[in-house]
Design a protein around this ligand. Structure first.
Ligand SMILES: [Zn+2]
Length: 281
């Protein structure tokens, strides 16, 4: 019994220390999780304390009703993710290349209980269709959230960008596929992923998230549609760009992410008449 109490105490102390490090370690820390980004768009100052999961009573089918009216958008008509049926995509000659102007970032990795999130240094941007968005964070889903012709991939990264004028978001989705080799960018962090909910890892190690795009700073081939955050509050404020090119991950790396995040992909949502666009070829 004593042992149990002691380990609880130690676990609590560790959590407290980690929380301490959030407050004290970095003056530039802003809250970049999806709920906070949605709140800032709607002028809300506090996050809901409601709890969501990926199965059971708090699972995706019930998200719209488990937080009063706060998460009702989860039952809306422009939700993400979706299945991309390639025979139905619409060519759009107004769609430009995605232009990335990413600088290196410090390393901050957060285990928020739903995903592994990397916060990104300020000043890295995505420009597309005369709009510029700043990269705030990226995070992962196992399996992929979007599917292409009904096919899912083992993992998907979401690079979350914000238009700092309007507060609207642009999210880049990139699929991972299995390879015999480690993903070289992720290989830098596999020993540093926080194991417990609330865990944070900070270091001065510098890297460039362009590694998820094979270090190409212009991307021509992608699917685009109007959608939402894929976690509560599911706000429909996202321009989605799912790139066609896939990146590699080894089975060992994938298993590590799966062990930490478990299954964290929201089921695909109805299109409800929305178009999925591709740039004119
Ligand atoms: Zn996501």
């Amino acid at each position: 019994m004593k042992k149990v109490t002691l380990s609880f105490t130690i676990a609590f102390m560790m959590l407290s220390c980690q929380e301490e490090s959030i407050k004290n370690n970095d003056e530039n820390l802003t809250n970049n999780d999806e709920q906070s980004l949605a709140n800032s768009f709607y002028g809300k100052t506090t996050n809901s304390n409601c709890h969501f999961e990926y199965e059971g009573a708090n699972g995706p089918d019930n998200w719209s009703g488990i937080c009063g009216n706060d998460w009702q958008d989860c039952g809306g008509h422009s939700q993400s993710p979706i299945n991309i049926q390639t025979r139905n995509v619409v060519e759009n000659d107004n769609l430009e290349d995605l232009e990335f102007n990413y600088s290196n970032s410090f390393t901050r990795i957060i285990n928020n209980g739903h995903t592994i999130q990397f916060d990104y240094s300020s000043g890295s941007t995505l420009s597309v269709n005369n709009k510029t968005y700043e990269l705030k964070q990226f995070h992962f889903h196992t399996s992929s959230e979007h599917t292409v012709n009904g096919i899912s991939y083992p993992m998907e990264v979401h690079l979350v960008h914000r238009d700092n004028t309007t507060g609207l978001l642009a999210v880049i989705g990139v699929f991972f596929e299995l390879s015999n080799n480690d993903n070289p960018l992720l290989a830098n962090f596999m020993n540093d992923l926080p194991l417990n909910e609330g865990g944070i890892y900070n270091s001065n190690f510098n890297y460039n998230a362009l590694g998820f795009l094979d270090y190409e700073d212009e991307i021509e081939e992608y699917y685009s549609y109007s959608g939402s955050l894929t976690t509560p509050p599911c706000s429909p404020i996202v321009s989605w760009f799912v790139v066609k090119n896939r990146v590699k991950i080894s089975r060992k790396q994938l298993l590590q992410f799966e062990a930490l995040m478990h299954q964290n992909n929201r089921p695909i949502q109805l299109l409800n008449g929305r178009n999925i666009f591709v740039p004119e070829s």
